[in-house]
Design a protein around this ligand. Sequence first.
Ligand code: SF4
Length: 469
Amino acid sequence: MTAPRTLVEKIWADHEIRDFGNGYSLLHVDRNVMHDLLGALVFEPLDRMGRKLPFPNQHLISMDHGVDTDPGRGDETKIPGGKEGVQGLRRKGKEYGIENYDIGDVRQGIVHVVAPEQGFVLPGQTLVCGDSHTTTIGGMGALAWGLGLTEIEHVLATQTVTVEKPKHMRIWFDGKVNPGVTPKDMILHVIGKIGAKAGNGYAVEYAGPAIRSMPVEGRLTICNMAIEMAVRFGIIQGDEVTAEYLKGRPFAPKGALWDQALAYWRTLGSDDGAKWDREVQIDCSAITPSITWGTSPQDVVAVDGLVPDPAKAESADRRAYIERALKYSGLEGGKPIAGNKIDVAFIGSCTNARLSDLRRAAAILKGKKKAAHVTAWVVPGSGLVKRDAEAEGLDRIFKDAGFEWREPGCSMCVALGGDKFPPGSRAISSTNRNFENRQGPGVRTHLASPEMVAAAAIAGAITDVRKVL
Ligand code: SF4
């Protein structure tokens, strides 16, 4: 009889071609998603060796990182090299027979929004992409992780890749989720609690009643930020909620294959008695709407809390850490985070730019106006999100509130395309990284839920979303 196994161990075993015996395995890769930053370069070894792709239909391209999101944008990007990336990948996609959601295609969008939306990933599969936030896809019950360039070349040539075996952590979410608390607040709370390096070497399974009752889009938000605690794999078991989400999507199995897939997915849950190297318990009733104050996603504070005071730090190292982060963020230690004036409000990214995110933000903004001094943008995660939001009239709500309604792409999550915020501005953002200069030179980023971004845009300052719910 097989010993009890975790969900990750089961998917691993089903994809393992060889165990090298040194902590590494060669795994079969079911799906690979590529974006414009890879350009033509990633195909160079295949070109040189005159090889073909063994399984072209297991790969998908979507242009997202460097594309402009200006309303009425042209076909290309404005950044030097950006155009080259788009044109190179477009050319290679055609040559190698890979489906490409190009600029102008309604299916184009951020890779981690597009893959679930198309049903291009299913529970129990392995999916890779040349982007660290590929952990997002773990929200579909798949084993998904980011790769470097040479690893992607290997996947293109062989549909396999070598991966280090992880340790196993389970984060269990229990207790009642308070009003105003979203999946974004839950994951920020976890990272704030256990730290940005806590997941190093681990695969993390998010589980518990609060995860089971969460819609797929919330699960994708949770797994999106797994990487922000240094986790290689973040995952949530695929279940009836996942099946309901996937049914009828373009790449989802149909007919008898669908029934077979359902039966397989049901076998994948972590067994009772599976061995966890670390377990973390989260009491959801203790979570409040949260926001970051510093320059790491672990710098989290409740929105009604205080910015940490370096004078009260428990060690000299911690004091130096807080002082450095405050110097960049321009905040005063020991003072409330709420009330700090913002310059920019941004709703977008693979963390929080799906239809449900836009619906919740629009519900806060309906009939209201942003503060006059705030620049406010909405960048839908994909063309389909944009189309569906427009069909519901959400674009009208955002525009009436003074937001710019833009085209899909990564945009100011990473500030690689032509999109820019004024240097040094203070941004509240539904994205996933608040590193120094991540959103442009000197831009000071506060990570929060789309609802918190909407509430701050109206108030012109960081504000407790519960006051406007
Ligand atoms: S939205 Fe941001 S985190 Fe997501 S894929 Fe694009 S750049 Fe990466």
